[in-house]
Design a protein around this ligand. Structure first.
Ligand code: SF4
Ligand code: SF4
Length: 508
């Protein structure tokens, strides 16, 4: 019996009349026929027809933008690795200590009590990125995002150094496992793992601080099981991202990459192919003169695919702006090199907006951009106001849960409070509490003077005693001044609870 042709759907066996009719499952071939593989929008650039990932071997870019990016990467990497060690007034440049809920930004310590300031700082950061994206596309992704900086600026460069350019990497991948291949691949992955360990530790230093990190490294491992666990976890995650996951992190995981398409419009400056100049594309023949080429309807694009070969996300920028494009500019350099060689002006692929290419319009401030800028300005103003009106000590005074009032042996009425003081400065601050709107006494439990240690939370109980004669009708609102020496730091309002009909003071 002759074999069935591959594209024939196998016959579905007939079922008994009583069985419910189940539509036959379409086979893979039938489903795939619905995908238009000639349309880039219909499929991912890094997946084949069976949905398997296609490993990318981007060619090493060469050109002025690549050189500039190397320098920018170098500066950013230096800041990133030195960040936890850089001190401003003794504090690190940046520390996001989620465990202790303590955050340091540019040397300024923020506590959970400063959450509004911290939240507004985050909103400023996000709005800044929104404005930047609306105006300049994904410049952040290609030039400053830690994922791209580390992937293209460190791991990819190491790969070129060890395995060579793209054609050599492809050849090595196809080659049998000889001693040379084992050495190259083993060496590369050992280096990747070591680098991932360094990056993981740097991230940990941004979370727990360098002192704690060194304690984890130098103390016996049994004393820091949790810290060591995070160290190993971060190392493996970074190794997985940079050795295997790579551009897929930008395509599938990064939320910014997902919503950037909603921020761009026809006025946004992006890495763009000048289709008016480049089309109709066609191979360059030696005998072709530029004028003859133009007369035959051909544009400047010689269809050499150099721009595709260097792309670290595997896309063809000639198809237009795509979600995978991280604006790394590698294709600009590649195309400029081709234009130089064929004697055509540079800039067939360049930073430009759609309106710039189609109508020759320069970048202009659109109402949308102006709106974003106004929001950003308002947020920055609010942030500065909150920052400069922030007190050195933040106090919380709450009535002790479950306690009402007590009549003291001296006849006074007392209320018990929980007192919490956060010292946001780097010096110890002596504190006194004074009643501002009533005679009476405040006694802090267990000590004469309160000294709040630098950058610490101080928690104690306080007893407020009032004369019954000052309590007209039960509860009384109190204002308490928090002083450092004679400086009033802040005033707190609370309620003092007393009996409705206070007993008179006993006769002396
Ligand atoms: S299309 Fe160009 S700018 Fe975009 S990711 Fe690819 S090489 Fe980079
Ligand atoms: S590098 Fe330039 S000339 Fe070559 S295919 Fe890309 S756009 Fe066309």
């Amino acid at each position: 019996m002759p074999p069935e042709p591959a594209n024939v759907v196998p016959a579905v066996k007939s079922k008994p009349e009583s069985a419910p009719a189940t539509p036959p499952r379409p086979d893979t071939e039938t489903v795939l026929k619905k995908v238009d593989w000639s349309d880039f929008r219909d499929h991912l650039a890094t997946a084949d027809k069976d949905g398997r990932r296609m490993w990318l071997y981007p060619r090493k870019p060469r050109g002025p933008l690549y050189n500039l990016r190397t320098w920018v990467n170098f500066v950013l990497l230096a800041i990133m690795f030195a960040g936890p060690f850089i001190r401003i007034h003794g504090n690190p440049l940046l520390m996001i200590n989620i465990v202790d809920r303590r955050f340091v930004i540019l040397g300024q310590t923020f506590w959970p009590q400063d959450l509004p300031i911290f939240a507004i700082a985050m909103l400023i950061f996000l709005t800044g990125i929104v404005i930047f994206t609306a105006a300049f596309g994904r410049l952040w992704c290609g030039w400053t995002c830690p994922q791209t900086v580390l992937m293209e600026g460190v791991f990819r460069k190491l790969e070129y150094w060890i395995e060579g350019d793209s054609h050599q990497q492809r050849a090595l991948s196809r080659a049998p496992w000889t001693a040379s291949k084992i050495l190259k691949r083993g060496g590369k992955h050992a280096l990747f793992l070591a680098l991932s360990f360094l990056i993981g530790n740097t991230l940990l230093a941004y979370i727990i601080g360098t002192e704690e990190l060194f304690r984890i490294i130098t103390d016996p491992p049994s004393q820091h099981i949790r810290g060591l666990g995070f160290m190993i976890l971060f190392t493996l995650v970074f190794y997985g991202i940079f050795a295997r996951f790579r551009e897929q992190a930008c395509t599938f995981i990064c939320p910014y990459g997902r919503f950037q398409s909603t921020l761009l419009d026809e006025n946004s400056i992006v890495v763009a192919y000048d289709h008016k100049r480049g089309e109709k594309r066609g191979a360059l023949r030696r005998k072709d003169q530029p004028d003859a080429r133009k007369a035959s309807g051909l544009g400047d694009c010689v269809d050499c695919r150099q721009c595709v070969n260097v792309c670290p996300t595997g896309i063809d920028i000639r198809d237009g702006t795509q979600m995978e494009c991280v604006n790394c500019t590698a294709c600009i350099d590649a195309c400029n090199n081709v234009m130089d060689r064929i004697g055509r002006p540079r800039g067939l692929i360049r930073y430009a907006s759609l309106n710039g290419i189609e109508r020759g319009e320069p970048l202009r401030i659109t109402p949308r951009l102006a709106g974003y800028a106004a929001v950003l300005l308002a947020l920055i103003s609010l942030f500065l106001y909150l920052l400069f009106t922030r007190t050195d000590v933040q106090t919380t005074l709450l009535r002790a849960p479950g306690a009402l009032f007590q009549q003291m042996p001296n006849g006074r009425i007392s209320n018990l409070y929980t007192l919490k003081l956060v010292n946001k400065t780097r010096r110890d601050i002596p504190i006194t509490l004074r009643l501002q709107n009533s005679p009476g006494e405040i006694r802090v439990m267990g000590r004469q003077n309160i000294v709040v240690p630098a950058e610490r939370l101080f928690e104690t109980s306080a007893l407020i005693e009032l004369d019954p004669a000052d309590l007209a009708g039960g509860n009384r609102p109190l204002t308490i001044g928090v002083y450092s020496g004679d400086n009033l730091i802040e005033s707190l309002d609370t309620i003092f609870v007393g009996p409705r009909r206070p007993k008179p003071n006993p006769a002396p």
